[in-house]
Design a protein. Structure first.
Length: 153
């Protein structure tokens, strides 16, 4: 599990276009790396739209935004198109990154237990070091872009 102060792994995965996404591509920039459970669900759409709506401010503050879920590249592209998302989404279909980051675990809904992605956001500095982690309990999906921007403005 990745913790505050840890160096991020370089290889993150492949995005909705099949392109390799790596931390080294973001050298000198801060990164909002957010993990979410599923494309096109209400909470995940609210979070993505909040980040979209704050994207200009986040970019001006030196951030890149990258989303990650275990959905397919095709699902990601539809999600991006539907909500006009200006950032890339990693399709972690093999669950390598979610497991490496420590955000894959047991969840419960209506008394049913299952494995899934825990909504988590990592703020990574210009050198690839994790400087803040927002846990699922801290994230307010419809305000998440503001939560991040308010810390750094």
């Amino acid at each position: 599990m990745i913790k505050v102060g840890d160096k991020m792994p370089d290889f993150l995965g492949r995005n909705e276009k099949g392109e390799v996404i790596s931390m080294s591509a973001f050298n000198g920039k801060k990164v909002v790396l957010y993990f979410y459970p599923k494309d096109n669900t209400s909470g995940c759409a609210a979070e993505a739209c909040s980040l979209r709506d704050n994207y200009t401010n986040l970019k001006a503050a030196g951030f890149e935004v990258v989303g990650v879920s275990v959905d397919s590249a095709t699902s990601h592209q539809k999600f991006i198109d539907k909500y006009a998302l200006p950032f890339t989404l990693i399709a972690d279909t093999d669950k390598e990154l979610v497991q490496e980051m420590g955000v894959w675990g047991e969840k419960s809904m209506y008394g049913r237990k299952y494995m899934g992605t825990m909504r988590t956001t990592f703020i990574i500095d210009e050198n690839g070091i994790v400087e803040k982690i927002f846990s699922s309990k801290e994230i307010k999906t419809s305000q998440h872009g503001n939560q991040i921007f308010d810390l750094y403005k």
